[in-house]
Design a protein around this ligand. Structure first.
Ligand code: 5RP
Length: 221
């Protein structure tokens, strides 16, 4: 039992997520501290294996004896479960605080359903309070940063961090995101951008929101 209320909420959301996992499936598993709570519980459900959204997640799953599948081997997945840095009333999210956004978005895109586990501090009216992580080819870093400034953003190079794909991250503050899907596409159009942390095309289908009063299930579609 933890005495940290935030951790307790993450654990509660993760516990609620277990009920959505059918035995025998290959589960898409996200990355981050909320997902860590889920990973600890996964031995309780008899999944066939997992597709991991980061090397960190993959290592944790392997330690528990859970078989790891390559996404190319399995094709599509029934279910992907992950956390978020922000989520709005439509299930659009900002993700990438842990830097795993590209692999997360790929696994999410290949999954029929995305369940997002959050504590209620992650709920926002409009995305953008949390900086948007933008994964960039190393050579394009300075060019992309200038383009982001033109869009009104303040990009900050995440020093000392290299993604699973060998790229760098620009955490971009102050972006005004009126239309999440349009803004996500606009960022992707900058040459040198590999992926950005707005998940509107891959928004959540269902949210498990943990608060002081327990876990609420919110269906977006
Ligand atoms: C990692 C992510 C995480 O899902 C996001 O940062 C939330 O993390 P946490 O559960 O630790 O709050 O997108 O790239």
């Amino acid at each position: 039992m933890t005495t940290d209320p935030k951790l307790a909420q993450k654990q509660a959301a993760a516990k609620a997520a277990l009920a959505h996992i059918d035995s025998g499936i290959i589960l898409g598993v996200g990355t981050g501290s909320t997902v860590n709570c889920l990973i600890e519980l996964l031995p309780q459900v008899r999944i066939k294996g997992a597709v991991a959204s980061s090397q960190v997640t993959e290592d944790q799953l392997r330690k528990l004896g859970i078989e790891i599948f390559d996404l190319n081997q399995v094709g599509s997945l029934d279910l992907y479960i992950d956390g978020a840095d922000e989520i709005d009333a439509h299930g659009n999210m900002i993700k990438g605080g842990g830097g795993a956004l590209t692999r997360e978005k790929i696994v999410a895109a290949a999954s029929d359903e995305f369940i997002c586990m959050v504590d209620d501090s992650k709920i926002v009216d409009r995305l953008g309070g949390f900086p948007v992580a933008i994964e960039v080819l190393p050579q394009a870093r300075s060019y992309v940063a200038r383009e982001l400034v033109k869009l009104g953003g303040e990009p900050v190079y995440r020093e000392g961090f290299v993604t699973d794909y060998g790229n760098v991250i620009l955490d971009t503050y102050d972006l005004i995101i009126e239309d999440a899907a349009a803004f996500e596409a606009r960022l992707n159009n900058i040459v040198g951008v590999v992926c950005n942390g707005i998940f509107a095309a891959q928004s959540a289908d269902l949210m498990l929101k943990a608060g002081a009063d327990g876990v609420q299930t919110v269906k977006f579609r």
